[in-house]
Design a protein around this ligand. Structure first.
Ligand code: HEM
Length: 195
């Protein structure tokens, strides 16, 4: 596996819990987001456009987080200093996530890792993977709200490889739906049966 070197990246790992979300529920959620085969196709195109830009993309997102103390605190240690080791380890997984969004099939391994990422933003697993000592969970409202940033900022990266405006729009639409699908699955970690 080419990404074995990404510390703490446990996609497909044997020890990973099975998502409480069923494949049937996933299918209905995809239908609700109107994620279709065209979106799947253009996500793959987006992947080829974004794969060598992940460092810049994550740096941009990090800049937004760093500019807001109420978000930056989730990467700070108990003394209130930025935890650089934590930040750099999470950054590598974040870069891998961009590739995964565009390339991974929505199968059971994928579903299980969405469950894991949800838990890593929540009490159960935040800080655990990297042995960090930052705030114990990210409030769900910020996870939801940050989708605005993740979606808004992707456009300038999608336009960089000379695709037509029509193709760029389709990549963008597919990206936005896919991100919403991911984040919606992550909210399961915050919810009861009503999820
Ligand atoms: C971890 C994406 C919102 C803070 C991660 C990871 C990804 C991710 C892909 C790494 C998962 C892995 O371990 O493989 C996103 C996306 C968001 C979002 C797409 C919203 C659309 C936020 C917000 C914050 C935040 C609002 C607050 C600052 C963190 C932290 C970690 C993390 C601290 C490390 C968790 C750990 O201890 O393992 N996020 N995130 N995230 N994210 Fe987010």
């Amino acid at each position: 596996n080419a990404v074995d070197h990404v510390a703490g990246y446990d996609y497909g790992a044997a020890g990973l819990a099975t998502s409480p979300v069923t494949m049937k529920e996933l299918d209905l959620l995809k239908q609700t987001i109107t994620f279709d085969s065209e979106d799947a196709r253009y996500l793959r195109v987006a992947g080829s456009v974004l794969e060598d830009q992940t460092e810049s993309i994550v740096n941009l997102w990090r800049g937004v987080i760093n500019s807001m103390p109420h978000l930056a605190c989730y990467f700070k240690d108990a003394q209130g200093n930025p935890d650089e080791e934590y930040k750099s380890k999470v950054k590598e997984r974040f870069k891998q996530w961009i590739i995964d969004v565009c390339t991974k099939p929505y199968d059971q391994d994928w579903l299980n890792y969405q469950h894991e990422i949800g838990l890593r933003h929540m009490h159960e697993k935040k800080n655990k993977t990297d042995g960090a000592n930052a705030a114990p969970y990210i409030p769900m409202r910020y996870v939801l709200a940050f989708t605005a940033v993740v979606n808004d900022t992707i456009k300038p990266f999608l336009v960089k490889k000379g695709h037509s405006l029509g193709v760029i729009e389709k990549m963008y639409k597919a990206w936005c739906k896919a991100v919403l699908l991911h984040v919606t699955l992550w909210t399961q970690a915050y919810c009861n049966a009503e999820w």
